[in-house]
Design a protein around this ligand. Structure first.
Ligand code: PMP
Length: 359
């Protein structure tokens, strides 16, 4: 039996995709080898990569003047690669602080430039997004960086800031492909794989052509976005297996009906869970309703003394990895694209039963 896995990442993958991987693992399309054993420069892998990019472009309607890069680094590496590639001789960049991951980007950005924290919700304890009227943007900034879904704090932007001509750079790691987005509003989008894309070991970049320039002197060659584009994401050996599985996930999303269906299900699943949590006086959530994430839902018991019991009983029902991040404690249910609606029903049933028993 497959458990319902609420991990924030590496996260649950569609069972259909895992079954396909299993079926094709030893003998990919009659070649007598697995994808892991194919040369990355051979026609088979080139086709896998091209198909993955084509499917991603179709899902997100990526305009022609944007390039896609399959990066070997995790999402964190872009906190360095963004200033190295996008500062282009400027000394300042705007960053929006909305929680743990955007803060980490700020910390790293400070190694390269003068970081202007144009807005922050730190004083609100990361419980609500700073409203756009409060943003103090610097017209001379090289770019504006923000994180559109805070995986730990459970905040999600369902709006896109209008920052004028300054390129908007967004970390979409934990809600990538959960809704359609107008790519042309962004200079660059990046996302780590291990949530809505596939296994860990990959991140994706979607970047506008005009931002691809020679990076700062001393930039390691693998961190040069322009060089990666020119080399078709193959400056060195790419993570071929992960890219293959990511491509299978894109095909799975297409078969489900595309991002419209992912969006509808995200709405349905998160509403189900929040409604249950809100109805109860036994559980507590902290994020302002308008800014709640549909992917990562942190919650607490009013009485944390029962935390371990909760986790043990959840696990005995095959509801796994609900422990909250070590920074915030409590619990967190990550309900990415691959989490079936039935998984959220099972969680909700358990929450109600636990409350009846211990409440
Ligand atoms: N950004 C966000 C929003 C994340 O959730 C994470 C990881 N959970 C990261 C960045 C860092 O990703 P990685 O571990 O792939 O570097």
């Amino acid at each position: 039996m497959r458990a319902y896995n609420f991990s924030a990442g590496p996260a649950t993958l569609p069972t259909e995709v895992l079954t396909q991987v299993q079926e094709e693992l030893l003998d990919w399309r009659g070649k007598g080898v697995s994808v892991m054993e194919l040369s990355h420069r051979g026609p088979e892998f080139m086709e896998i990569l091209a198909t993955a990019e084509r499917d991603l472009r179709a899902l997100l309607a990526i305009p022609d003047h944007y390039r896609v890069i399959f990066c070997q680094e995790g999402a964190s590496a872009h906190w360095d690669m963004i200033p190295l590639n996008l500062l282009q001789g400027r000394s300042r960049a705007d960053y929006i602080e909305t929680g743990y991951w955007s803060y980490r980007a700020i910390e790293e950005g400070r190694r390269y430039c003068q970081v202007n924290i144009a807005a922050s919700n730190r004083r609100d304890k990361f419980c609500a997004l700073p409203s756009f009227e409060e943003w103090r943007l610097d017209p001379g900034a090289a770019y504006v960086h923000y994180c559109s879904n805070e995986t730990i704090d459970g905040l999600e932007f369902n709006w896109i800031p209008d920052v004028g001509k300054v390129p908007l750079v967004v970390d979409m790691s934990s809600h990538f492909l959960s809704r359609s987005v107008p790519v042309e509003r962004f200079g660059m989008i990046y996302a780590g794989a291990q949530k809505n894309i596939g296994p860990a070991g990959l991140s994706l970049v979607i970047i506008r052509d005009d931002l691809l320039r020679t990076p700062a002197p001393g930039t390691p060659f693998l961190m040069d976005y322009h060089a990666q584009v020119l080399a078709n994401s193959m400056l060195n050996t790419p993570p071929t297996f992960t890219i293959w599985v990511a491509g299978l996930v894109f095909q799975w999303i297409k078969r489900q009906g595309g991002l419209e269906v992912m969006d509808r299900q995200a709405q349905q699943k998160s509403e189900l869970l929040y409604t249950t949590l809100d109805r109860s006086g036994f559980y507590r959530t902290t994020v302002k309703p308008a800014d709640r994430s549909r992917m990562n839902i942190p919650f607490h018991l009013l009485d944390p003394v029962l935390d371990e019991v909760f986790l043990r009983e959840a696990e005995s029902r095959h509801l796994l990895q609900l422990r909250g991040h070590r920074m915030s404690g409590g619990f967190r249910a990550s309900i990415y694209n691959a989490m079936p609606v039935a998984g959220v029903h099972a969680l909700v049933d358990f929450l109600e039963e636990f409350e009846r028993h211990y409440g």
